[in-house]
Design a protein around this ligand. Structure first.
Ligand code: UT7
Length: 323
């Protein structure tokens, strides 16, 4: 038997307001046709009054706990991945902790932008297996709408708001064929800051700043890095692409999803796609897509699932697990 972190439940949350491409075309010089053809995005959700990264995160967490059949008091560790915290400090994880009514547990944020959920899961997995606790709540939550330049058509059409969560529990599982996280691989290369970043921050400009991206350059790096890190993580787990049941990728652009699947020789039907509905929700996109495919019955217990993401930094990573 081997101690592994098993996903017991997933949950997600979206803001009330849905914005379609036609509405954006009234705000900037764009069209439904351009957005669908270049990105696959048709709608995205935008947070309104009373909605924030932590309200969405708390709602997603409640759904995940419910699926897991656990109470908030069972949580030993909360890791929240976000680039859009409610406040510069304290960590949004502690706001979620209070909202869930947990008085004492470990709680902190990780900042790895679109790869944030992969980073948070990997840290949680290592902490659980290292004995820091038995049960973790791992969340990806964002309100990118609040850091978009709504006059910049090259970025404002691409992103949306939302949250996804997973409850992980350390369990002894059979070494061969057991459930849980089998391997993770993370990377970062800080030389690419200029290709995807926010042009402000507390210690530089004293302002929050807006998202800036050189989309074509990011696209090129994404396809190469994602295919590579997926191969790497499968190697570590002693598996090959033919073993995979589902890929749950970061949802940045439908063309990146297609190109990565092609590069790995995967059937596009094995790739969970939500970018059409949610757009790019940064750290929330992987857990939102995971929850979608779990709840619609595609991902079943025992399936081999690969999660992958790439984002600002650059940061990128992949994780292979038996659900
Ligand atoms: O989450 C982190 C990871 N992020 C990503 O992976 C994003 C990766 N990049 C992409 O998804 C794509 O590069 C974009 C969707 C951002 C852009 O697609 P593209 O096919 O690379 O377009 P482009 O940047 O080469 O722009 C083509 C044309 C330009 O016009 P000109 O110079 O050819 O006249 C742009 O100005 O499309 C124009 N354009 C638009 N037109 C209508 C850019 N944005 C828009 C728009 N509506 N919203």
């Amino acid at each position: 038997m081997t101690l592994r972190s098993v996903i017991l439940g997933t949950g997600s949350a979206l803001p009330r307001r849905r914005v379609d491409n036609a509405e954006l075309a009234t705000m900037v010089d764009t069209s439904d046709e351009w957005i669908v053809e270049r990105t696959g995005i048709r709608t995205r959700y935008v947070a309104g009054e009373g909605e924030s990264t932590t309200t969405l995160a708390a709602e997603a967490s409640r759904h995940a706990l419910e699926m897991a059949g656990l109470q908030a008091a069972d949580i030993d560790l909360i890791i929240l991945a976000t680039a859009t915290p409610d406040q510069t400090f304290p960590a949004s994880a502690t706001t979620v902790q209070a909202a869930l009514g947990i008085n004492d547990c470990i709680a902190f944020d990780v900042a790895a932008v679109c790869s944030g959920f992969l980073y948070a899961m990997t840290v949680a997995d290592n902490m659980l297996r290292g004995g820091a606790g038995k049960t973790a709540l791992v969340i990806g939550a964002e309100t990118f709408s609040r850091i978009l330049d709504w006059e910049d058509r090259t970025t404002c059409v691409l992103f949306g708001d939302g949250a996804g969560a997973a409850v992980l529990r350390a369990e002894e599982t059979p070494a061969e064929g057991g459930r849980g996280i089998l391997a993770s691989k993370l990377h970062a290369d800080g030389r690419h800051n200029g290709l995807l970043h926010v042009d402000g921050g507390p210690s530089s400009t004293g302002t929050v700043g807006k998202v800036r991206m050189k989309g074509q350059d990011v696209f090129r790096h994404a396809v190469v890095n994602l295919a590579q890190v997926m191969k790497e993580v499968l190697d570590v787990a002693g598996l090959s692409t033919s073993d995979i049941d589902w890929v749950v990728p970061h949802q940045a652009n439908a063309r990146i999803l297609d190109a990565t699947a092609r590069k790995l020789g995967l059937d596009p039907a094995q790739v969970v796609v939500t970018v059409d509905r949610h757009a790019n929700t940064s750290a929330a996109s992987v857990p939102l897509a995971l929850d979608t495919a779990v709840r619609d019955g595609r991902i079943k217990q025992g399936d081999l699932v690969v999660l992958e993401a790439m984002g600002g930094g650059f940061t990128w990573g992949a994780c292979v697990l038996r659900y």
